[in-house]
Design a protein around this ligand. Structure first.
Ligand code: FAD
Length: 499
């Protein structure tokens, strides 16, 4: 209860809707039985939905429409990050674009607070809401690969693991994130960084088309040839412009990779270790990905964990990776040739994570000495038993795309840096960990240049942070938003205000 209070205070999106909705729901606990159910409107108004209108939506959908108390409701409302315990009024479990059209039209007609859920991995809990409608795509997981065209048609509820497995069955792949149970749609629409990103670009750089339902209930296809302006905005603009139902990707040939975990103790010489690491990766080829986490292990021990993937010719792997093995004395070296699917699945926590997470993030241009000093000084002077300060590599092919070519703007970055506080739920760690992250961010944020919307964290200062994330692209995005979502129906995201 205490944790909920802390979070509600810190995340403004919760504050506007949760209290009035809960009071009304208590008066009318069996929504379908009575004439009306209480729901949260856009801008925090409380609405009454007629049970006849709900019945009409239920009859129109191929999938289920769940309300509180129904079998399956509780499992369906849960998000990956248990820091967020949302209770929507309605969950539309869509089975296709037709269901999405009905759900969007219902939400727009009633002015209903609306969340869109694909893999449910939003760090900021944005794919759920209190009192509104969740458009849940998690039953739409089909992946179809055309090996002749080297193309994949991926339904918007698919997880990265679904996509990787089907593509690899044909010796193909494209950039995806590093945890296989993350959703393809949320990740790609915000950008999409991963083990192949330096070689093939962001996930969104590999899109050739997106099918979506816009706020007025229209179904559209966006590509370089149709609705090209919208296609520009969808590549990095997050969920601002509609509900994507299908994403079409270009694929690349990919055989076995060489990689895994290489772990060093975070000891008294952490500063030197990180400097040697920075030197070792400064001129890494595009085929080499080295994720870095200064974090705590299973027993609270402090570590520097490297997540390595070399996707170039296997016979060169040992030579390319050798400098990483020379920076210190590892406590774990699991680097080996293996299938890409196996490596991609190595960090899964399927379903709901046992740990709650509070995160902030921003882009950095090089692991410079001042940045390493700031990280080490903060860790050394602010003990925490469960944290992660990490760096996900970008650059390479990602940096060779012009910042104005897609909505994703931060092309000059070398890494996406994030700082996380982690605590068990149920437990009392929220307040302490949130404070630890916020204090750390005061030291780290001045060393960042922009954010990556999928890892930027809390969104209560969202307009300002969205402007920072989208830089010179913001004005064009705001104009697009006005055209495709003038009432800001899709606002539970890194929100762009309609111009
Ligand atoms: C464990 C973990 C590992 C991660 N690793 C990486 C990584 O390696 N690389 C990386 O780039 N990111 C990574 N992320 C961040 C990730 O990209 C975001 O959390 C992303 O939002 C997850 O997508 P999802 O579909 O699971 O999200 P959801 O929580 O389902 O959705 C998040 C948001 O995306 C939007 N959205 C989702 N689906 C749609 C849709 N079909 N149409 C319109 N809008 C939609 C909505 O605004 C929604 O609020 C990671 C996150 C976690 C929790």
């Amino acid at each position: 209860m205490k944790r909920r209070t802390v979070l509600a205070g810190s995340l403004a999106a919760l504050a506007a809707t949760s209290i009035p909705y809960r009071r009304l729901l208590a008066v009318n606990p069996a929504p379908d039985a009575g004439a009306e159910i209480a729901a949260a409107g856009l801008d925090g108004r409380t609405l009454s939905l007629k049970s006849t209108d709900i019945a009409e939506l239920r009859a129109a959908l191929r999938g289920d429409l769940l309300t509180a108390g129904q079998p399956g409701y509780d499992a369906a409302r849960r998000l990956w990050n248990p820091a967020f315990d949302r209770h929507p009024a309605l969950i539309a479990r869509c089975l296709g674009a037709g269901d999405v059209r009905h759900a969007v039209s219902f939400a727009a007609a009633h002015g209903l607070l609306t969340a869109v859920r694909a893999g449910g991995h939003s760090f900021a809990g944005q794919s759920g809401c209190d009192g509104g409608l969740v458009i849940d795509l998690s039953a739409m997981r089909a992946v179809e690969v055309d090996p002749m065209k080297k193309e994949a048609r991926v339904e918007a509820g698919a997880l990265l693991g679904n996509f990787d497995r089907e593509a690899q069955a044909f010796g193909l792949a494209t950039t995806a994130g590093v945890v296989a149970d993350t959703g393809v749609a949320g990740l790609t629409l915000g950008g999409g960084m991963g083990r192949l990103g330096r070689r093939f670009g962001l996930s969104c750089d590999n899109l050739s088309a997106v099918e979506l339902v816009t706020a007025d209930g229209r179904w559209l296809r966006a590509s370089a040839y149709e609705n090209a302006d919208l296609f520009w905005g969808l590549r990095g603009g997050g969920g601002n412009f509609g509900v994507a139902t299908l994403l079409i990707y270009r694929l690349h040939e990919l055989g076995q990779v060489y990689g895994g975990a290489l772990v060093y103790p975070y000891a008294a010489d952490a500063r030197q270790l990180l400097r040697r690491l920075a030197d070792a990766i400064a001129s890494a080829p595009d085929e080499l990905y080295v994720g870095i986490d200064c974090d705590t292990g299973e027993h609270g021990e402090r570590l520097v964990e490297l997540d390595v993937c070399y996707s170039g010719p296997l016979q060169q792997a040992e030579r390319v990776i050798a400098p990483l093995r020379r920076i210190g004395k590892p406590v774990k070296d699991e680097l080996a040739a293996q299938s890409y699917v196996k490596l991609q699945g190595s960090a899964d926590t399927p379903g709901v994570s046992p740990d709650a997470i509070y995160l902030k993030g921003g882009l950095v241009e090089g692991l410079k000495p001042a940045l390493i000093d700031a990280v080490v000084d903060y860790i050394d002077n602010n003990p925490s038993d469960s944290y992660d300060i990490g760096f996900q590599p970008v650059g390479g092919a990602i940096g060779r795309v012009a910042p104005h070519a897609t909505a994703y703007f931060g092309r000059a970055a070398s890494h996406d840096m994030y700082i996380m506080g982690i605590w068990k739920v149920p437990g009392k760690g929220a307040e302490r960990n949130i404070a630890w992250v916020r204090e750390g961010w005061k030291h780290l944020e001045p060393l960042t240049r922009g954010h990556y919307v999928n890892t930027a964290g809390e969104t209560h200062e969202r307009e300002n942070r969205a402007r920072v994330a989208y830089g010179d692209n913001y004005a064009r995005l705001a104009a697009l938003k006005k055209r495709y979502d003038p009432t800001n129906l899709f606002r539970l995201n890194f929100n762009i205000s309609p111009a």
